[in-house]
Write a protein that binds this ligand. Structure first.
Ligand code: NAG
Ligand code: NAG
Length: 420
């Protein structure tokens, strides 16, 4: 009897762990157990962050960032160890500022004298929730692109919520971009002005799209980005009930309620508005602030192919809360929601690469933007990963690597090779 008790405890503990880790996943997810473990780790961070926030010790998002930094086995690669994972010896890395904005510059080993190189400005993504995974994988990616494609990569350390709110992150990125595109800076780094790209993932994809729009339409800037690459970008905050928001609301790693809260945080609004945004009360059809023309710019019933619409119905409350858009006017700001830009702006955007993932709440944001850019005559390559999930692009460094993440990164590098 005495010897049985530890065994029973072990079995119960194992069952409890399995119950906690197990998450039903869509069939097309490869390596499902790995994703479940990552997701359990993330959920634990979210719960702990809530607890820390509730105890009044620190802000929710800041706690998530700190907790995610402590993902096991990941902090030993990247900045802390210059000879760690993915680091290419010949690439010169330096931390500096572009017009006051902190950036990290990766310069390729070859080239230099007389040889012009490519340039790439990169806006990192959800640092606030996957920092410990993202930072080392970004660092490895930037090294790889710099080395393989003979490119000067500039990674922008823009400020994030909760320390700042929109428009500060956008302004940081735009400021750094204008500085980068100035003829003197391009000359200093021996960059060909005809071959400069802007790219970003998730929130970084949002910023890349918004900055590209701003640069493309600003006549005072002579050098423009020649391409933009958007990796599962978040692009609008007026409809949180697109088919992908519904289909993937419980799919890791980006849960629907969390995205809505993040948007409110990003825009500096009260997160208690989350339940209203979840049911689209801010964008009801009777809201006169949203003209028919504006609505058409994010109308998925028109912009998505049947394959993705399936039999989903738009969610629109009759009356809603029209006051919400007055309370949070940034919900209508194109610099926060690049999908809302007019065709005259989209038509000036550079050649575009968009990565979308089937198992991602943001899938339809990316699909709609690709479609609208295409409709205005921009050349768009939209690569859709059926097995992809939000964040997969960052899972390329051992031990947290996914096959679909590696393929997405490889496809992106190949596209840059051929188009930049
Ligand atoms: C960095 O990592 C390498 C290999 O992973 C290891 O041999 C080296 O001791 C590490 N250096 C520091 C300073 O941690
Ligand atoms: C959404 O607006 C309707 C009024 O049209 C209101 O009855 C409902 O309570 C609101 N929903 C939420 C979650 O606030």
């Amino acid at each position: 009897m005495m010897r049985l008790r530890p065994l029973v405890l072990c079995v119960l503990l194992a069952l409890a762990v399995a119950y906690y880790v197990y998450t039903p996943l869509p069939e097309n997810i490869q390596e499902p157990w790995k994703l479940m473990v990552v997701s359990a780790g993330l959920r634990t961070s979210l719960h702990l962050a809530s607890l820390i926030h509730w105890l009044g010790c620190d802000h929710y998002i800041r706690s998530i960032r700190q907790l995610s930094d402590s993902f096991p086995g990941l902090t030993n690669v990247g900045d802390s160890n210059e000879s760690g994972g993915g680091v290419v010896p010949g690439v010169k890395v330096s931390d500096t500022t572009f017009a006051g904005v902190p950036v990290r510059v990766y310069e390729p080993p070859a080239g230099g004298e007389g040889h012009l190189r490519r340039g790439l400005m990169y806006f990192r993504g959800g640092d606030w929730f996957l920092g410990g995974v993202e930072r080392p994988s970004n660092d490895a990616l930037n090294h790889m692109i710099s080395d393989e494609l003979n490119t000067v990569v500039v990674s922008v350390e823009y400020r994030l919520p909760p320390d700042v709110h929109f428009p500060v992150p956008f302004v940081d990125c735009l400021t750094a971009a204008k500085h980068f595109l100035s003829p003197e800076v391009l000359a200093k780094y021996s960059i060909d002005p005809e071959r400069v790209a802007v790219a970003g993932a998730s929130l970084g994809g949002n910023l890349a799209a918004a900055v590209a729009q701003e640069i493309s339409t600003d006549d005072s800037i002579s050098v423009k980005f020649s391409i933009q690459a958007l990796i599962y970008p978040m692009l609008q905050a007026l409809d949180f009930n697109t088919p992908s928001y519904w289909q993937n609301q419980d799919v890791p790693l980006l849960y629907r309620p969390f995205v809505v809260s993040f948007w409110l945080q990003y825009l500096g609004a009260d997160t208690s508005l989350q339940p209203q945004l979840l049911v689209n009360n801010h964008s009801s059809p009777h809201n006169s602030a949203i003209t028919r023309e504006l609505r058409a710019r994010y109308d998925w019933t028109v912009l998505l192919p049947f394959k993705h619409k399936k039999n989903h119905k738009p969610v629109m409350t009759k009356k809603g809360s029209p006051g919400l858009l007055k309370e949070v006017p940034a919900l209508l700001d194109v610099r926060a929601s690049p999908l809302l830009a007019g065709t005259e702006v989209l038509a000036k955007c550079p050649r575009t690469y968009v990565i979308t993932c089937e198992n991602d709440v943001l899938r339809d944001d990316g699909l709609m933007y690709a479609r609208r850019l295409q409709d205005t005559g921009v050349t768009v390559t939209n690569v859709h990963y059926e097995e992809g999930f939000h964040g997969c692009f960052s899972f390329t460094v051992w031990p947290l690597e996914f096959d679909v993440g590696r393929r997405a990164v490889r496809g992106y590098i190949n596209w840059l090779q051929n188009n930049l």
